[in-house]
Design a protein around this ligand. Structure first.
Ligand SMILES: Cc1cc2nc3c(=O)[nH]c(=O)nc-3n(C[C@H](O)[C@H](O)[C@H](O)COP(=O)(O)O)c2cc1C
Length: 175
């Protein structure tokens, strides 16, 4: 892939919130997970974990925990990406809290792009009640849910989301 292919790949991804009922194949799910495992992480500690949810009752419960966001219940698979504080804090102490969140965020980004590369659609979902997610999935206290990546065969909208001008983000040499 050359650099223009790469930027084209990135710019044609969009969040998709409508899916048909076709489940992901085992191969599609494994592809997404194996791509996540190539993500960089602080000290290579991979301080992230993921709960792969396909059970319909659990998906609907997670949709409730995500303040009723329908796409969460509608997606055939949910990757609930979590920060593993113990794994990172064992080496980095308090700083490990931040690193674990970063590791989980990068892993989720890789999953989102892997789904896109595989012709699947996804929506990163960050608005949810953490305690409810913990309860539904039985997460231990040192595991913090960071994102629900709703994934499926979707129906993208024709318009891509607009972005700020890059100049509004970039500061050169000093703020
Ligand atoms: C940290 C984060 C949290 C998000 N939370 C939600 C969410 O709770 N519900 C939702 O529908 N989309 C959510 N999104 C998706 C954004 O709305 C979307 O990425 C943004 O509008 C840009 O659109 P695009 O992904 O199509 O480029 C979230 C994205 C990120 C990165």
């Amino acid at each position: 892939m050359d650099s223009s292919d790469f930027s084209g790949f990135l710019s044609c991804r969009s969040s998709v919130r409508e899916y048909d009922k076709t489940p992901l194949t085992k191969e599609e799910t494994e592809y997404i997970l194996s791509c996540a495992s190539t993500a960089p992480s602080a000290g290579n500690l991979e301080a992230w974990d993921v709960v792969v949810v396909t059970d319909e009752d659990t998906r609907l419960a997670l949709a409730d925990a995500a303040f009723g966001q329908q796409h969460v219940g509608a997606a055939p698979v949910l990757f609930v990406v979590c920060a593993n504080y113990v794994r990172s804090m064992s080496q980095y102490g308090e700083r490990g809290i931040l690193y674990a969140v970063e590791d989980a965020t990068i892993a989720c980004t890789y999953m989102m792009l892997a789904a896109h590369a595989h012709g699947l659609h996804s929506c990163w979902t960050g608005a949810f009640d953490e305690d409810e997610i913990r309860e539904i999935l039985g997460l231990p206290p040192h595991i913090r849910p960071i994102a629900i990546l709703a994934t499926g065969h979707g129906h993208p909208q024709s318009r891509l989301a607009e972005r700020m001008d890059i100049g509004e983000h970039v500061h050169r040499d000093e703020w």
